[in-house]
Structure formats: C-alpha cells, structure tokens
Design a protein. Structure first.
Length: 489
C-alpha cells in the first residue's frame, strides 16, 4: 500500500443514460432507462431520475417498466458511447502511462507512475482538473476516487457519486470502511452478504473484528483470508496497463443486432484474427480461447476452450472460436462478439521482435472495454473497441429503434421516440437545440432515414479570422464565403 492517495478511479455518472440526456434536450431531468427492450432485455443504465423509482442496472426491463412506467426507454447507441469513451480515455492517458480501463466509462490511473501526483494535494488537484476537462470535452460528468489502493479508490468514487471527488487519506481507510456494508467490498455478492449477515456481520467493521480465523471458518480459506485483508483496507494490486494484461481480447459491439448466422461466423473469424494479431504484437501466446457473445436481450455468455499448449496460430484460435460459437444460440440476434486468449505465456525474445512489426498497427488498441454488463462474467482482460462497421440495410420495422437517430428530408435531425403498427414517432431536436416537437410518419416514409449520432457538443465554429472554407460544387455550404453570405436555415 502506498502512503499517498495516488491511485485514481474514474467512473462516469450513469454513463449511457447521461449521454442520452445530453443528446436529447427533451429528456433532461427526466427518468431515462437504456437497455435491451426485447422480452428478455435488462437495464444497462438508468438515469438518476429513474433510480429514484428503484430502477437499477441488470434489472429485467419488464420490472423497470412496472416501477417507472413513464420513463423513456431507449436502445443503446454504442457508436456514440465509444466516441465519448475515447475522449475520456485520451484525457486519462495524459495523466499516466498506467491506465487500466475496466469498461467504456471506468478506469484506474496510477498518478504516481505518470508523475502527475505524489501527495494528497497534487492528487486532489489532478483529480479536479480531470473532472473539469471531462466536462469541457464531453459535456458529461464523471466521479473520481483517490486512495492508496485500487479497492479504496473504487469505493471512493462510488461514494463521491454523482459528479464528485473523494480522496481517502492513507491511514484513514479503516475509519472510512468500518461503517460501510460488507457488500461494498469487491467479491461480496448477495449470497456471501446474506451468509455473513446470518453470522451477525453486516458492516466492514464487523468483519475486521471477527478476525481471519472466524472468516475462514465461515466462507472458506481463500475467500476468508481475502475478506479479512479487504476489511482492514489492505490491497496491493497494481494498476495494470493493457500491455501487461493476463489476457488479450478484442470485441465489437454492433449498433444493429446481427441475425445472420453466416455473418456472425464471419465476425468471429475476423475477431479471432485480430486477437492473434494483438497477441503476437505483445509477444505472447496463450492456452485458453474465450468467446463472448452478448445477445439482443443483453444476456452475456462466455465459452472457453483450453488447448493442450499455448498457441499464437491464427488458424488454431479461429477454429477454437468457431467451435465455441456452435454451442451458442444466436437466433434472437447478437449485439456484441468478443474473442480472447488467456493463460498467456511469454515468447522468446527473438519471436517477440520478429512478430512485433507485423502487429504494430494493432498495438494502439483503444482503451475501451466491454459495453454493458458489469455482471458479465467475461474472464477477459482489456478490450478493444473497434470502428463501427457498415451494416446491411435492415427491414423497415427493425430500423426504427427507440432512441436511435434519424433524419427527415423536411424536418431535419431527430430520434425515434417509438414505433409500432406501421407508424414511427420522431422527436425533432438536436443536442444543442431546445426540446423539440414530435411528429408521426409511416414506417416506410421515403423521406425518413436512419442517421449517425450527432456529437454531444456543438462542433466549434471556425476561429474568427479563419478564411471561410470554399464549398465544393454540389456540397452543402457551396458558395458560402465573404462575398456570398450563407443563408441561415
Ligand atoms: Mg459509470
């Protein structure tokens, strides 16, 4: 444990829901629930307004609808979240080379390793600066925890939420942890929590007082010892940057579910190749191939196969991933696919240098992580978010997903508020406009087309004094210039 609170944990506040509220002026201050809207869908993120009704992530969507019938229910827009995540991760990278992303919106940063803080005052300043930068660059808020260990930094950011910063001075850990619920500690789920409660332990202080022997007797050797360490605030785990991870994995989230089995197989094959590319670039090989599939309803499955020896052979990884896919039902649609290799072994040095060049461009992996489920049991390390790919045109009734962007030839940019019975309702507003009005169209209205998400902040207008861009013939803005002022529309 270090003596200065230089481990930072950042967690964006209600990330997907906040991004949707930032994008959709009519939803600001209102309950918003983002997740799978199918029959078996679960909540990915609820806005703070929706949480007041008891809605929380991983809850079945049907239950959320009963609790908050008037909330806006939206299908996630991962391409937007990825873009914001990249901006956030870029800011973190300026603080330290040791950044450990946990998901699209959460990461540990070792400030000391980056030379950006070495005591409480400098850590606090770095944390506040980061929060201000995130707000300026993304328009969203994030909470920051600072402590001498990862466990405490994460607990601190949780306590700081929303839109706050909490620094735990090394030496005060036990004081802070004592009154908190045992469930605050990592690895203490509902079952362990209930087990401990029946033994009369509800707070972290209860655990610390019970002592190691008693905890080992209650929950077993490995878990009991770990629990006791955590209750005392002991945690020596280092912040691990991607290059030092114990596994290598890549994954892609699709804005529109994949239904075609052939397409799914093709994507898995491609991911296997990319994964091996990165494995080789890192000079590693691995024994266990992992396939991750998130289905249309946000249920996430992982399947793994352990080979006889470590491999970095693309054909071997590809074939193992294909075999794993055979055991997964994808008929309802697939939202995310991932392929990983774990159980890593190091190469000999020669191999490393021979392969490094081949994999170089893959080495600059995005810092993004798994899309949604904190509950996802993926044994993967860091993940790479990839570029969104062009999707084949889906049938009309599947095109109008609640919350997704559209453009109407006459009314401009908007988003789908709902669809059904051959109609689609669109609210016409932009992230920087006033709340807009709603119009209804036939689902096959030729003037209505799906669109890409707009950025959350209005793209900045050119600096004063910058010469106006010459519009090309046939493009918007053609003829706009000093002599022919643009028509505002
Ligand atoms: Mg978050």
């Amino acid at each position: 444990m270090r003596t200065a609170p230089t481990i930072l944990h950042l967690d964006m506040d209600a990330f997907y829901a906040s991004a949707e509220q930032a994008a959709k002026p009519s939803l600001r201050g209102k309950p918003v629930v983002v997740g799978g809207l199918g029959p078996r869908g679960v909540v990915a993120t609820a806005s703070y307004e929706a949480r007041r009704f008891g809605v929380h992530s991983a809850m079945p969507m049907a239950q959320a609808r009963r609790l908050a019938p008037n909330a806006a229910y939206l299908v996630p827009r991962f391409s937007l979240y990825r873009a914001v995540s990249e901006q956030v991760m870029e800011l973190l990278a300026t603080l330290s080379p040791l950044v450990e992303p946990l998901s699209l919106d959460e990461a540990f940063v070792d400030l000391e390793a980056g030379g950006s803080a070495d005591d409480s005052a400098s850590a606090q300043a770095a944390g506040e600066r980061l929060r201000a930068d995130i707000r300026r660059v993304t328009g969203l808020t994030g909470s920051v925890g600072l402590a001498g260990s990862k466990m405490l930094a994460k607990i601190a950011s949780e306590q700081a939420k929303p839109d706050g910063l909490l620094l735990i001075e090394p030496g005060t850990e036990r004081e802070l942890l004592g009154p908190l619920s045992v469930r605050t500690l990592p690895g203490v789920g509902p079952a362990t929590g209930e087990h401990l409660r029946r033994a009369g332990m509800t707070t972290v202080a209860d655990l610390a007082e019970a002592g190691e022997d008693e905890l080992v007797r209650l929950v077993g050797k490995a878990h009991g010892t770990a629990l006791h360490h955590m209750a005392l605030g002991h945690d020596d785990r280092p912040v691990v940057a991607e290059r030092d991870a114990k596994s290598v994995s890549v994954e892609d989230t699709f804005d529109v579910d994949l239904h075609d089995r052939v397409r799914v197989r093709g994507e898995v094959e491609r991911l296997a190749e990319r994964c091996v590319h990165r494995l080789r670039a890192a000079g590693r090989s691995g024994r266990t191939v992992v396939l991750k599939v998130r289905r249309f309803d946000f249920s996430t499955l992982t399947r793994s196969e352990t080979l006889r020896g470590p491999t970095d052979d693309p054909a071997v990884v590809r074939e193992a991933a294909a075999r794993l896919l055979e055991s997964v039902d994808t008929t309802g649609g697939v939202r995310l696919l991932g392929v990983g290799v774990s159980g890593l072994a190091d190469y000999t040095q020669e191999d490393l240098f021979a392969q490094a060049a081949a994999g170089e461009h893959e080495g600059e992996a995005g810092a993004a992580g798994p899309g949604v489920a904190e509950a996802s049991a993926a044994p993967q390390g860091r993940n790479e978010a990839a570029e969104p790919k062009p999707e084949p045109e889906p049938p009309a009734e599947r095109r109008w997903l609640a919350g997704h962007d559209v453009r109407h030839a006459r009314y401009g940019a908007g988003w789908v508020q709902g669809s059904g019975l051959g109609r689609v309702t669109v609210r016409f507003e932009e992230p920087w406009s006033q709340p807009g009005r709603v119009r209804t169209f036939a689902v096959d209205d030729p003037e209505l087309t799906p669109a890409e998400p707009l950025p959350l902040l209005r793209p900045s207008s050119p600096e004063p004094g910058t010469p106006p861009r010459d519009g090309l013939p046939g493009q918007p803005g053609a003829g706009c210039g000093a002599k022919t002022p643009c028509q505002s529309s």
